[in-house]
Design a protein around this ligand. Sequence first.
Ligand SMILES: *[C@@H]1O[C@H](CO)[C@@H](O)[C@H](O)[C@H]1NC(C)=O
Ligand SMILES: *[C@@H]1O[C@H](CO)[C@@H](O)[C@H](O)[C@H]1NC(C)=O
Ligand SMILES: *[C@@H]1O[C@H](CO)[C@@H](O)[C@H](O)[C@H]1NC(C)=O
Ligand SMILES: *[C@@H]1O[C@H](CO)[C@@H](O)[C@H](O)[C@H]1NC(C)=O
Ligand SMILES: *[C@@H]1O[C@H](CO)[C@@H](O)[C@H](O)[C@H]1NC(C)=O
Ligand SMILES: CC(=O)N[C@H]1CO[C@H](CO)[C@@H](O)[C@@H]1O
Length: 636
Amino acid sequence: MKKTIRAGIIATACFLIHTAHAQKQFIVKANEVKATIQPTMWGIFFEDINFGADGGLYAELVKNRSFEFNMPMMGWKLVNDKEADASTLIINRQQANTVNPRFIRVSRNNTAGTVQLINEGFKGMGIKQNEQYNFSGNTLAEGTIHPTGNNWQLYKTNCIAAATEAKAVLSVAIEGKGSIDMDMISLFPEHTWKNRPGGLRADLVQLLADLHPGFLRFPGGCIVEGRDLATRYQWKKTIGDVNKRKLIINRWNTEFAHRPAPDYYQSFGLGFYEYFQLAEDLGASPLPILNCGMACQFNTAEVADMEQIDPYVQDALDLVEFANGDLTTKWGALRASLGHPAPFNLKMMGIGNEQWGPQFIERYRLFAKAIKSKYPTIQLINSVGPDPDGDKFTYLNDTLRKLQADVLDEHYYRSPSWFFSNAKRYDQYPRNGSKIFAGEYAAQSVVAVSPLNRNNWLCALSEAAFMTGLERNADVVSMASYAPLLAHTEGWQWTPDLIWFDNLHAYPTPNYYVQKLYGNNKGTQTVPITLNNEAVAGQDSLYASAAIDQTSHELIIKIVNAAGKAQQGNILLEGINKLDTKAQLTLLQNNNTEAVNSFDGIVNIAPQQQEMAIKDKTASLLLAPYSFAVIRIKIL
Ligand SMILES: *[C@@H]1O[C@H](CO)[C@@H](O)[C@H](O)[C@H]1NC(C)=O
Ligand SMILES: *[C@@H]1O[C@H](CO)[C@@H](O)[C@H](O)[C@H]1NC(C)=O
Ligand SMILES: *[C@@H]1O[C@H](CO)[C@@H](O)[C@H](O)[C@H]1NC(C)=O
Ligand SMILES: *[C@@H]1O[C@H](CO)[C@@H](O)[C@H](O)[C@H]1NC(C)=O
Ligand SMILES: *[C@@H]1O[C@H](CO)[C@@H](O)[C@H](O)[C@H]1NC(C)=O
Ligand SMILES: CC(=O)N[C@H]1CO[C@H](CO)[C@@H](O)[C@@H]1O
């Protein structure tokens, strides 16, 4: 696969030798509005894969805090010396607490010696110097906590870290004689996103905010489906008191034999309320995806009996009420009681994740009927399967269009050459009927599922080229999101990913910067940009789109030069009376298509800003080899 891709680039470069000196004459017709760009156009897709939630976005540092993993002591160990004579016992109080049945009892028969219950965190705990850490546990804490009485009680204490450490552990030292019961042993940094107690990792959310995403799709992804129906995502079990959110296994725990993750679970500390809140913080439209009565078809392919599907449909109806209902409704009142009386403004939801086949259509019809009759304005998003072509795709593409589905969710995990050659994919799509959500895409440098895939510049550049085609067809494509979003450098199952992080840091990939340039230079309407009277979609390895921003009164032009040679471009700006004489140019460029970003301050690909002159309504620029340029010009 890799060889083929390389060959493709060489061919392109050879071809360009003949044309390198020619001036490319682009024409923009700024008064010919072609399509309205939806505010949702460029968004993000969060899935709890690669330790994206627990161990990632969710700032909890303690792994298996409630002893509910299949192996209840996973992540924990008791360290004691002989003198202390201590022991642990995992006790199950299923009758009294069905969602969080287990707790730990530590007994010591001697006041001498030391006893420590140690938690290893998620690949260690990232602790930052001078940051305050808030520790809490049901009964007991370190040093300053003196538990009393026989009832469950929440105790808290804080400490300030004296040093920065990526691989810290938490040690709960127990003194005295007797036994102590503990559960929900938790450690958070004080500075979470917006300093919310029990909140999200601020550095990661900031990277998401910087993308200015138009929507937030959550919580997946295949975890919506589960390996089987028992482990599907059920939003009602993820809201309210974190002590009462029942932990389940994460399907990525066992999915890939080459990347096993035996300690991957879902605590749901990041649950549906937090997702809605995050969407609101980001100014993004929430897009929850719900299980449609089908487990992952790559795994068990288990389906809910059509006779017993009502609870699934009810979950969808109740979610609309939870997000939008007023305080007189059951679920609206619950939202208010959790701290958000104002509605979350839910406008769309996904029915099923990446489903296919007639069993999906059967279930989709039922959901669509129930949801549309109660909430006619809610837009429904439907998958057209895991691939952008083939039998599964064609069946769903035809059938869902006949059923007048609102939005079709197309997924493409394909080679960079696929992305380059599909820049015209939507040029011939029907302009009426179902809209397109490019719901999961990422160029794969080797091949999908390969652990050797890298977030290299060629992949990012091919996505930038493809996205000019999405923008040009904004009347057909209403939303798009790269996938997956986050990956822990030690805990990942899937690569490539938009943002890589470890316990202390995160770094944006070249692909991230492509998304960022689109998200920050969206525009409100598309206008044509042509080369030799045609859309710029691969001629001489050039790709382009243009938009106007009616709010800021600017013309925005995006150009990809995927050739290994610089090309001279003159962009004639027609249909505008008066333009500023200077423009802002933002550039992503690297001569090495295999270049990547990484930790240790290595940023090979990052936006560079410069000013450029506009003369006689013409923007002239030398398009650097392997570059993506965004130009913003004020309309006066
Ligand atoms: C501690 O003492 C109790 C009661 O005397 C006994 O049942 C238990 O086995 C002892 N624990 C250990 C770790 O020796
Ligand atoms: C941490 O504790 C401090 C002091 O008790 C408190 O003000 C703050 O809200 C807590 N932060 C979190 C994230 O729990
Ligand atoms: C999906 O269906 C539309 C309408 O029939 C068609 O124009 C389009 O080419 C189809 N997509 C693919 C990739 O076949
Ligand atoms: C789209 O428009 C064409 C031509 O007017 C028409 O034949 C077709 O039925 C329309 N499709 C939908 C889904 O409205
Ligand atoms: C990239 O290649 C071009 C010629 O193709 C050359 O002019 C330029 O200096 C190179 N840039 C870097 C940073 O190597
Ligand atoms: C007793 C037990 O289950 N210990 C486990 C603690 O967690 C680590 C990894 O998280 C496992 O390797 C141990 O087996």
